[in-house]
Write a protein that binds this ligand. Structure first.
Ligand code: TRP
Length: 454
């Protein structure tokens, strides 16, 4: 079959795809969420389960997303339709793309609010607001930020504009260019911070906490958290990776490329943990502080360390860059579809969609102040958006992609795209995508629903 051309463009090389997909995967999930859920779920034992989930579930599903995207060479919605029809199945599979694009908007609207906090902290660090501050005061600074809708709105708006500006540039002049600048910067900053933490933190204690394996600390709940997070951290289940895969050169091998991306994402999460916990321990702070770990605990630590102001500033710049490259990928499926469907240029599409997510984001940020009374199924707007995306949209999207690649597409198509030379490796992928991944994802789905609704 002749390779289809993508009207949006394609990555200059396999490495650009790896960097872009890693940019999508590495985000708030790695630097903010991973350290604190590892802290809450027993450190080392949790980390081990998380690694198994990445390999057994994350990698096969990511391969499936890239495969479908590259075969279809269009937005996830149209790629799903096209590839389903190629396999003589119903064009209604496009619905999976629709659910994904919608999920991207919903995730974006609260992701942008958290990214806004990060930007506010970049400014606060530059200003020296946390010098010599105590834990209680740091908590007050954070709560004050949350209770001030105007400030939140400003930073949320700045973030929406930053993301839309890159998307407007298109695949090559926007996404690719931003990736090539931001990803190396991100890795340099991360190594710099690791060095700082090694020299001024309690490095041994931090390492021990992250990698000390004690199976008795592992609960069934921790397994589910690890499984759910392996999904979120790899950007699976809503089409981000499928969209990026549609710009991938045909010559590149999907298996080894996806393994590289998953490895880089994992390394960043672990290094983020290795950079954060030693600083936490050196300052006798609580590693299980939860979501406040990054916004309350860490600034206190930076405020008391030599060079803390500079490194604290660099730390939040790093988190901001990571959030930026991830947020871009949340919107790309929707943007690409609008361009295909209506034949519009990227600029008007990005402005329109930017306004939509900006408005949704105002709903999310109001949860902490003027809208705190609004409750949807007992949750405020922010928590509701987080809940339905992480527990319903993403597992459902991942489940359908796995079923689609495993059961709907014939072997001719999957073999041809994956081009795996060793038959047993192809067989292993096939078993993972047909049985292991769907069952695991169904488990997250069902247990979370019972847990949260029951
Ligand atoms: N993976 C990103 C993070 O860890 C977030 C993200 C970007 C995402 N695109 C996604 C999560 C698609 C789920 C689906 O922060």
């Amino acid at each position: 079959m002749k390779d289809r051309q993508n009207i949006h463009g394609s990555w200059a090389s396999r490495w650009v795809f790896i960097m872009a997909a890693t940019g999508s995967a590495v985000g708030l999930g790695n630097i903010w969420k991973f350290p604190y859920i590892a802290g809450e779920n027993g450190g080392g034992a949790f980390v081990l389960v998380y690694l198994v989930c990445i390999l057994a579930v994350g990698v096969p599903i990511m391969m499936a997303e890239v495969l479908v995207g590259r075969r279809g060479r269009q937005s996830p919605i149209n790629s799903m339709r096209e590839v389903a029809m190629e396999a003589d199945h119903s064009p209604k599979w496009a619905l999976v793309g629709w659910i994904g694009a919608l999920a991207g908007f919903l995730i974006f609207s609260f992701y942008s609010v958290v990214a806004g906090w990060v930007l506010a902290y970049v400014a606060a660090m530059a200003n020296g607001d946390f010098l010599e501050i105590g834990s209680e005061q740091a908590g007050q600074v954070f709560n004050q930020l949350l209770s001030d809708p105007q400030t939140l709105l400003i930073w949320h708006s700045v973030f929406v504009v930053l993301v839309m500006a890159v998307l407007m540039g298109g695949v090559n002049k926007g996404l690719e260019r931003a990736t090539k600048i931001m990803m190396p910067a991100l890795f340099v900053l991360l190594l710099l911070l690791l060095g700082y933490s090694m020299s001024s933190g309690s490095f041994g204690e931090g390492l021990d906490f992250l990698f000390h394996f004690d199976p008795s600390e592992l609960s069934w709940n921790a397994v589910l958290v690890a499984l759910g997070h392996s999904f979120f951290t790899l950007s699976l289940g809503m089409g981000s990776i499928m969209a990026y895969g549609s710009y991938m050169p045909k010559s590149a091998s999907i298996g080894s490329t996806v393994l590289t991306i998953a490895a880089l994402d994992t390394v960043v999460a672990l290094v983020a943990g290795m950079a954060i916990f030693p600083i936490v321990f050196a300052n006798s702070l609580d590693p299980a502080a939860g979501p406040g770990l990054m916004f309350i605990t860490l600034p206190v630590a930076f405020g008391h360390m030599p060079g803390g102001q500079v490194f604290g500033f660099l730390f939040f710049v790093l988190v901001g860059l990571a959030a930026w490259t991830s947020a871009i990928s949340l919107m790309e499926p929707g943007v690409a579809w609008m361009v295909e469907r209506f034949g519009l240029k990227r600029a008007p599409v990005c402005i329109m969609l930017g306004i939509v997510v900006w408005l949704l984001g105002i709903g999310a940020l109001s949860s902490f102040n003027f809208g705190s009374d609004i409750a949807l199924f007992g949750l405020n707007i922010f928590d509701f958006l987080d809940f339905i995306t992480a527990n319903i949209f993403l597992p459902l999207g991942g489940l359908f992609v796995a079923l689609f690649a495993g059961w709907i597409l014939n072997q001719r198509i999957t073999q041809n795209e994956l081009a795996i030379a060793v038959p047993s490796v192809y067989k292993a992928w096939s078993v993972m995508i047909r049985y292991v991944a769907p069952l695991a994802v169904a488990a997250i789905f069902i247990f979370n629903l019972i847990d949260k609704l029951g």
